[in-house]
Design a protein around this ligand. Sequence first.
Ligand SMILES: [Zn+2]
Length: 240
Amino acid sequence: MDFKKTKYGRFMNNRVPSDKRYQPTEYEHAANCATHAVWIIPSILGSSFLYFLSDDHWETIMAWIYGFGLSGLFTTSTVFHTVSWKKSHLRTVEQRVHMCDRIAIYFFIAASYAPWLNLRELGPWAWHMRWMVWIMACVGTLYIFLFHERYKIIEFIFYTAMAAVPALVILSMHDRDGLFELAIGGAFYSLGTVFFKSDGLIPFAHAIWHLFVAMGAGTHYYAIWRYLYTPGSGQVKTSR
Ligand SMILES: [Zn+2]
């Protein structure tokens, strides 16, 4: 691999073929760690806040699940980027942590949908998505164990499908409050993928992707807090 510096010098290395992993510069490594590390504590505090706002056991369970997904995403991502920064002699560890990072994304997507799927009234068939998101997360995890990094395009399709399919079901909610924020959050994630695919083309592309993830997650957190947990938000409880 040729890591000759581009005209951006220490801010970006050359692009690599799609079967190779881009090698960030020192500055990019630092930005990759920082842009997710700063969200670990707020995500724990934010989900604890939801826990304290819960007024039935389903809200409590969802606060735990969502909280684990949210803080787990930022934590595994930070650990992975830190290990990959200081790797050289830690090749296998880096590989394992990278797998955890990818798996955390599947569970994060499932956890982000869980409060909506479980705390809102859904259409007659739509409620099956409550358990299907977790099956999808498990299938994604299985894929990581079997083919990690081998077919990047399949992985990309998996993530996109997992993000988009439950969204169709969410549209069947009887109470449609929060759909606008959910769409805005989804737009942040979608726009972010442009940067996710731009390593070596745009300096700090991966760190910018991280910021889009944080904005998407922040918007979705706001919607969950406002429409599912805030007293008097007028939500209709599901019949469970
Ligand atoms: Zn990352």
